[in-house]
Write a new protein. Structure first.
Length: 210
């Protein structure tokens, strides 16, 4: 199942906990005038029913929006270009998700971008703990999925000195010149991570790019 890294973290603007709190509120409050990417000439995004099933709540989704999300997702946010499109998802409880897609100018550009995202995710726990001494971060690599040009899956758990505990799953997949990132998070730890369901969601996301 990959290696586990344990490390300590310092001042990330968006830990999984902050992301969980903000993403649901932000998605629910998306204004009607939000810029949306035209559906006809862009990759298709996940539908709410294609996300890992929640035991007591349906999933909801905002529109496909052009540009970087605010706040930026942890681990991969700094690498996102302005041409990113994204969609927010949330449940009635403490679980939320996000899909971010970038159409590159060439297949080589997309290959390099996907490699950069994988590098950022591989070093995420260490970076979080360097940025915030009150957070302990642990991560796992869940392997590569055989879909289009491939997708890699990672899990990151953060625990704070004030008692929060949050689990996030991330995947980076590519189809030709297009790269997509899927993020899922909720309160809990690795025991609460819906890894098999998330892998299925990732395969669906990459297959839907075109």
């Amino acid at each position: 199942m990959g290696e586990t890294m344990k490390i300590r973290n310092r001042g990330i603007r968006t830990t999984v906990a902050a992301l969980a709190a903000v993403a649901g509120v932000a998605a629910a409050a998306v204004p009607a005038v939000a810029a949306t990417a035209p559906a006809s000439d862009t990759p298709r995004f996940l539908e709410p029913t294609e996300l890992p099933p929640h035991p007591t709540s349906p999933w909801y989704a905002g529109p496909v929006a052009a540009g970087q999300p605010d706040p930026l997702p942890m681990c991969v946010g700094d690498a996102l270009p302005s041409i990113t499109t994204h969609r927010e998802y949330w449940t009635e409880y403490d679980t939320n998700a996000q899909q971010l897609t970038v159409e590159g100018r060439s297949e080589q550009w997309a290959k390099d971008f996907a490699a950069l995202l994988r590098k950022d995710l591989a070093g995420c726990a260490k970076k979080l703990m360097q940025q915030d001494p009150d957070i302990t971060a642990t991560q796992k690599y869940y392997g590569k999925l055989n879909v289009e040009e491939g997708a890699d899956v990672y899990g990151i758990h953060t625990a704070s000195t004030w008692g929060s505990s949050d689990i996030g799953l991330f995947s980076v997949g590519r189809d030709g010149a297009t790269v997509t990132i899927v993020r899922w998070s909720q309160m809990g730890d690795f025991q609460h991570a819906q890894v098999a369901d998330f892998k299925a969601t990732t395969v669906t996301a990459v297959n839907k790019l075109y």
